[in-house]
Write a protein that binds this ligand. Structure first.
Ligand code: SER
Length: 314
């Protein structure tokens, strides 16, 4: 066991639950302090320390950092793309204030490593849509995307100006069965499995040929831990890394479900989230992550569908 003490802020969200459990398996249960504004997620209960803390209450966070002698912080709390478009100023405030406060606290308290997630939402309709490069035109069009790209730049600023070891990934849409997403544009790719099992039909809020970059949660968690454990000297960017696993449309994920549930049907009723999706890339070039820290995804659509249906039907 390594002598790290890790603080997770937002540990009851879609990424947080699985990342908390994975870090506990790796570093020991008591080495990972989970926190969230919400009550403890059922899957975390009994697995290690949990505190109910609002990430915006920086004094409460600071008290916990001191009390627990924290050496690493993962800041996962955020409002996602669809929620952000409903309340732009609130999304900006939560996403940015939380990050700036944690970056500042981390310098002051000499935190060894910080993790903060970015997203494919940093890209906009002026970005090349296929195999979107690491370095390209970045003109985000949602509040969420603007906050993520501003945040990436703040991370880079703190790394260069103060030597803070802060690391980040631009996640694609994430698909998981242990903890559910909320407020995102890619959430349909989780809902579709739940509805396929419950009702054998699904009405999708994106149109049938809307391709988006996606990833199974196991890959996203492994990517996060691999990036955080990579030697700092190997990291050639302090903006967030592109990572990729698969790209599919609603029609294609529906077809992969029909391999298991032949009478499953899908129809389409695009809403405001269509416009968000239309501004994002369809596939991502992650060659820099491959080169810098050996990133490689393990799940494709077929393997993910089999895993999702098997676990959700239990
Ligand atoms: N999954 C996120 C969303 O749809 C993208 O980072 O908002």
């Amino acid at each position: 066991m390594k002598s790290e003490k890790i603080l997770l802020l937002g540990s009851c969200g879609q990424i947080g639950v699985e990342l908390t459990l994975a870090l506990r398996a790796q570093y020991g249960n008591d080495a990972v302090i989970a926190t969230d504004i919400k009550e403890e997620h059922p899957l975390l209960k009994g697995s290690g320390p949990f505190y109910q803390v609002d990430v915006m209450d920086i004094n409460a966070v600071l008290a916990l950092v001191k009390k627990e002698s924290i050496t690493q912080i993962y800041l996962l709390a955020a409002l996602l793309s669809a929620t952000g478009e409903k309340m732009p100023l609130k999304a900006w405030d939560i996403n940015m204030t939380s990050l700036l406060q944690i970056l500042e606290l981390s310098v002051q308290e000499k935190i060894a490593k910080v993790y903060w997630p970015s997203s494919i939402a940093v890209f906009g309709s002026t970005t090349p849509k296929q195999a979107t490069p690491q370095k390209t035109i970045v003109e985000p069009e949602t509040v969420y995307g603007i906050s993520k790209y501003a945040g990436e730049n703040w991370c880079q600023y703190y790394a260069k100006r103060y030597g803070l070891d802060v690391r980040s990934i631009r996640y694609p849409g994430l698909i998981s069965w242990k903890s559910l997403p909320g407020g995102g544009t890619t959430d349909y790719a989780v809902d579709i499995y739940l509805q396929a099992l419950a009702q054998k039909k699904y009405t999708c809020f994106l149109s049938e040929h809307t391709y988006l970059p996606m990833m199974y949660m196991d890959d996203a968690i492994r990517a996060t831990i691999e990036l955080m454990e990579a030697p700092a000297a190997q990291l050639t960017t302090r903006l967030a890394y592109n990572i990729a696993a698969m790209s599919f449309s609603p029609k294609e994920i529906a077809a992969s479900i029909q391999q298991h549930i032949p009478d499953f049907t899908i129809d389409y009723a695009p809403d405001f989230r269509q416009q968000i999706a239309d501004g994002w890339p369809q596939s991502i070039d992650d060659s820099l992550a491959q080169k810098d820290w050996n990133w490689k995804a393990a799940f494709d659509l077929e393997k993910m569908t089999a895993t999702m249906l098997e676990n959700l039907s239990k």
